[in-house]
Design a protein around this ligand. Structure first.
Ligand code: HEM
Length: 105
């Protein structure tokens, strides 16, 4: 059964563009991680400040492997490195199991 992990990132208005730029220039790696099924970056449209990074994984273990491994560290180097200040003023990790999924035929 797939699991969904959503990183909800609170981003001040002044940093939204910079966040999207960082994602556009992301190092990548997540797509090579075992058990990865997909991800989307969602921009809020109703005035909220929380961007959602939705990720789909084959299993809880697949997500944990990525989060504790090199690909995660590389993808977040800009966030943790000294070169650029972190973009988020707050984050929350939401977790779900996929009960049902219907795709357009
Ligand atoms: C402290 C919490 C986190 C912050 C502030 C954050 C922010 C960011 C930013 C700004 C990027 C763009 C690349 C960069 O700037 O280096 C990024 C990449 C990414 N983040 Fe996070 N992130 C956090 C934790 C997480 C978590 C827990 C997940 C999983 C749900 C996640 C999922 C992703 C994915 C899938 C990418 C693209 C990775 C790739 O290209 O390989 N992030 N994150």
């Amino acid at each position: 059964m797939s699991v969904v992990k959503i990183n909800a990132i609170e981003v001040p208005d002044t940093s939204a563009e910079e966040l999207e730029r960082r994602f556009a220039q992301r190092v990548g790696g997540v797509e090579k991680s075992p058990g990865f099924e997909g991800f989307q970056l969602l921009r809020p449209t109703e005035g909220g400040k929380r961007y959602f990074v939705i990720t789909w994984w084959e299993s809880e273990e697949a997500f944990t492997e990525w989060q504790t491994g090199r690909n995660f560290a590389k993808a977040h180097a800009q966030e943790t490195g000294q070169a650029k200040p972190p973009i988020a003023s707050g984050t929350e990790l939401l977790s779900f199991e996929v009960v049902e999924r219907i795709d357009a035929p």
